[in-house]
Ligand binder design. Sequence first.
Ligand code: 4GP
Length: 801
Amino acid sequence: MTEHTSPETSVASFRSSLLKHLQFTAGKDPKHSTVFDWRIALSHTLRDHAVDPWFASTRRTWDEDRKRVYYLSMEFLIGRLTEDLAINLGLRDIAAEALESLGVDFETVASEEPDAALGNGGLGRLAACYLESMATVGCPAYGYGLRYEHGLFEQSFKDGRQQENPENWLAHGNPWDYARPETVYGVGFGGDVYEENGVLRWQPGTHVQAQAFDSPVVGYGGKWANTLRLWAATPNADLFDLGRFNSGDFAAAAEPEALARSLSRVLYPNDTTDGGKQLRLSQEYFLTSASVQDIVRRHLVNHDSLENLDAHVAIQMNDTHPAIAGPELIRILVDEHGFDFDRATDLSTLVLGYTNHTLLPEALERWTVGLMRNVLPRHLQIIERLDQKFVELQAGSHHPARLISGDQVNMGDLAFTTSHRVNGVSALHTELVRTELFPAHDALHPDRIVNITNGITPRRWLKLANPALADLITKTIGEGWETDLDRLRELEAHADDPAFLNAFAQTKLAAKERFSQWLKEEHDLDLPTNALVDSQVKRMHEYKRQLLNILWTIAHYQRIKRDPNAGWVPRVKIFAGKAAPSYHTAKDIIKLINDVAEVVNNDPETQHLLRIVFPPNYNVTMAEKLIPASDLSEQISTAGMEASGTGNMKFALNGALTIGTLDGANVEIREHVGADNFFLFGLTTEEVAQRRSQRGHSRAAIEKSQALQDILQAVAEGTFSPDEPYRFGQLVDNMWNSDWFLVASDFDDYDRAQQEVEEAYRDTARWNRMAVLNIARMGYFSSDRSVREYMTEVWGVESAL
Ligand code: 4GP
């Protein structure tokens, strides 16, 4: 593998650093070192190399008084960092050689690292890709988030049902971050607002301290590095009641402290519905307040006032979770710095931007006025005033949009009014944000909504995840595609070259073997490597329609049973993903998939032609192995419901063909790779709306489809749940009678598209050509492109490189 190498780092010097850290950081003798000890030594050695570019970048930003981006996000789904950092520093091969000379294997050591799962899904992983890209393109930036003690729950299956177990990534410390005990802010909650000399003052009832932990984020090539600053709740010492403790009441003595700590204890496990509302709102304010205080403090180091804040600060709100940033900034400007309310509002708006990630009504945050008053009384007053202003602006409208409707505070509307740019995450989604979600806002501010289609970092999702393919690309078109992904176009010239197509096929096989071995070791699951690998991996949600996929799998199984010698293409259907713990329907679908798998995988007649594999605990690490090994990418959401998708991009970049609807970024992926290289099916967004308004649409669709009737009958009869025949009665009943997600309406067309997949795969050369054209045309979906668009269209920040 060719890569950048820092001239000053040789294998010998890396080796001696490793040994030094093994001795002084891990406190071990090489003879008695465990894999864990080696990981500590390796990560500290790498981290040392990150410090120079980190300091250099930070110093330059200060010296040149550059505008900085602050990316506020409740989620950063980072995964492992060892190999990622090694690659970006150009030290991957040197580290491997140095370890090898000590009898230690790089991959074994790197895989000992726990996944930092500080996110639920798409929005959190996007934040991680953007952090890496901001560093790569030289955009001065800070990521701000929470240092959850427990990340997203670990999923296991018991009798095919999802179990949630606590995740413990910090159990043995985090070698990447530096504690900053001097960077501590008090965050207030509750209390009262009173007037003093004509000025309103908030006297919070309690304070919790936020302490910073910083990690360097190094861009590819090591030319620039930014900071990820995560806040941990550290209760004041006086919260621990020593008197009570001494009198023997240990639990009560620790209670206030435990309550304060809960602010950064767990990542909210649920990405679509809310519960535990007070804690969630408090967590959001905790992140936002600490970050905004930090931003204001940093600005005032170099400037006398906050008047010019917008020239130096761009704050991006990743969804509505940090939407309290608007009122918080206004509060600081008005209450603490004497700004006039209107001027404070205008200034805040110039500073803030808001990215919307979903149209699902249940995922749009709303807090009751009562809760808001309890937790953030001063902010509620500010929101009320903003609401008044907003209504005045809409004078003459019969149905003005409101920030507060009834007893609900609408965080989406709040985020919109306090931002100068609001963006959707794919062209289609942005159009729907404009027309469905915020039409009243859009009429008032027609320039405010912009589209920035999501992207993914090719460093992690190609170079790291798919070394064989990355090597083939480098061999074919040379280096440089890692930071200029449009260069993949040069592969098109090789798309008709049988030798190249064959080399591509070899990389796919290598990825399958790698994944297969990993599945065996980690989960004791078997993955045949001679089959079409057909994958749907993402959060479990009705709109994503894993149900459509498993129902089709049943049809496919029934057909194979009816005619086993019809020349079927051997297939492995892979499912992976977690359901929100309280999302019962999604959990039933998990159980259905596992039940069908139990029958299908144990049928000796079909085993060699069809397998279902559902490894538990989908996470970033699994994605890195699974995606390169896949041939077919299932992106089959009901049109109009998936904001963008980013998994769809990862698959296509790794040469999987997409079977998908015209939803989210699928639309743009298809435009880029070409309609001939994409298996399209399904109703469009407009047709979905129309179909939904027809009474009895699902019954009509089922009655028209013999295949669907056979499947539903098999499920209803308990073919896959003989121990409990009516287990899936509810799912079947929904299909007949409600079917909001139009599984029935799209079934036959999906079936047709699957037959096309089958046919295309039989022609190996044709398939490989299509796959190569997918790779060659995916350059647009690099997160470097997305970040550059944010820099010009939203943040007004220039690259420092
Ligand atoms: C996700 C969207 O569902 C997905 O389509 C999109 O690609 C991703 O954000 C990044 O923009 N939304 C969430 C969420 O993760 O929690 O709403």
